[in-house]
Design a protein around this ligand. Structure first.
Ligand SMILES: Nc1ncnc2c1ncn2[C@@H]1O[C@H](COP(=O)(O)OP(=O)(O)OP(=O)(O)O)[C@@H](O)[C@H]1O
Ligand SMILES: [Mg+2]
Length: 346
């Protein structure tokens, strides 16, 4: 079997291009144009994060889809900085949780606490009761605590002591993880990875971008002080809701829809794949392709949109056969060859 490239960067097609410039950003209030508001968010994130355009675009797409994101990269490539900058650029309620080995499920979802004055138990909300939750280093916490978050992500509610409690809308989790499995880390269960809309990779920057990162530090950039770097909120929940309504109106021709399904079905027939992309994965590809088409200023989805979103939307939904993995096959290489062989509608 030939070995296609191990990884390709996400959104290598047109999506690395910046969003259409919105002109001078409004100071923290909405312009009434949701696409301009999102472009302003992207510009704010750029004040803190050098490059990583594909990842920034992917996070905007996830916001538009109200989908959860798994952000993966080796230590020190600005995973945390990117998500913190995105949170600072949005006027949404955000909470950040550092996942540690001793974190308990109740620390994530909330728990019943006893009030001695009233002699009653009352529910104290955990950090999942927010709009944008940063689940930092999710693979450092044991399975039980991961499961409580993954359940909340899927159900969009938590049940403590038999009482269901609905989470705010939007509720989006951006979880970061390190691809290197250190001792004392807990890989996410494969079956639950399907709950993430996208898996976004943060590559190590090119030389020129790394020079820019260091140069910014030389000029006094402090990653702990985003307000000092001038990052301020540019879009609200109202902007996101308006944007989502527009995304819903983006048209998908029947043949483009069938193309999405054919790509997903092809993963199930690949000899290297144990478990292919689920129908949920196909609906995810529809959602992300539509959001990207809208961000690019179009009212319809093209096959190129689908191709651009296939890797970040599907890469974590494939389980490979162990023998294929030993031969060096990766989810990326399977997707690359499927994209090269499934007939593209014209
Ligand atoms: N692309 C970049 N743009 C701006 N700063 C960067 C970039 N890449 C790395 N840095 C710098 O590296 C620092 C480390 O980033 P951060 O803490 O976000 O990394 P991380 O990927 O979350 O690492 P870990 O896996 O250890 O948590 C940042 O605070 C920033 O100063
Ligand atoms: Mg980090």
């Amino acid at each position: 079997m030939t070995n296609p490239p191990m990884t390709i960067p996400p959104l290598t097609h047109p999506p690395t291009a910046p969003l259409p410039d919105s002109g001078p950003a409004a100071t923290g209030n909405t312009t009434g144009d949701p696409r301009a508001a999102l472009a302003a968010v992207q510009a704010e994130v750029r004040k803190a994060v050098v490059g990583q355009e594909a990842a920034v675009t992917s996070l905007l797409i996830a916001l538009l889809c109200s989908g959860h994101v798994l952000l993966e990269g080796v230590p020190g490539v600005a995973k945390t900085l990117l998500v913190r900058a995105l949170a600072a650029a949005l006027s949404l309620d955000t909470k950040r949780v550092q996942f540690t080995p001793d974190l308990m499920p109740g620390d994530v979802t909330g728990s019943l606490v006893y009030d001695a004055r009233t002699a009653e138990f009352s529910f104290r909300e955990g950090p999942v009761f927010t709009n944008l939750m940063l689940a930092d280093e999710i693979n450092r916490t044991p399975a039980k605590t991961q499961a409580s978050l993954l359940e909340a992500m899927e159900e969009r509610q938590v049940s403590v002591d038999g009482t269901p409690r609905v989470l705010p809308d939007p509720f989006i989790v951006i979880a970061t993880q390190n691809p290197v499995e250190y001792e004392g880390t807990y890989p996410l269960p494969e079956a639950q990875l399907d709950r993430f809309l996208m898996k976004v990779l943060l590559p190590v920057p090119e030389r020129q971008q790394e020079i820019e990162v260091v140069a910014r530090h030389a000029q006094g950039f402090n990653p702990r002080d985003l307000a000092g770097a001038g990052v301020s909120a540019q879009a609200s929940a109202t902007d996101l809701a308006a944007a989502r309504a527009e995304v819903q109106r983006v048209e998908v021709a029947p043949e483009v829809l069938a193309y999405m399904v054919d790509l997903c079905r092809a993963t199930r027939h690949s000899p290297s794949v144990l478990l292919g992309v689920s129908p949920r994965g196909a609906t995810a590809l529809l959602a992300t392709s539509r959001a990207w088409a809208w961000l690019s200023g179009r009212t319809f989805v093209t096959p190129d949109d689908v191709k651009a979103l296939a890797h970040p939307t599907l890469r974590h939904r494939l389980a490979l056969r162990p023998e294929a993995e030993l031969e060096g096959v990766t989810a990326e290489s399977v997707l690359t060859s499927i994209l090269a062989t499934v007939p593209v509608p014209r």
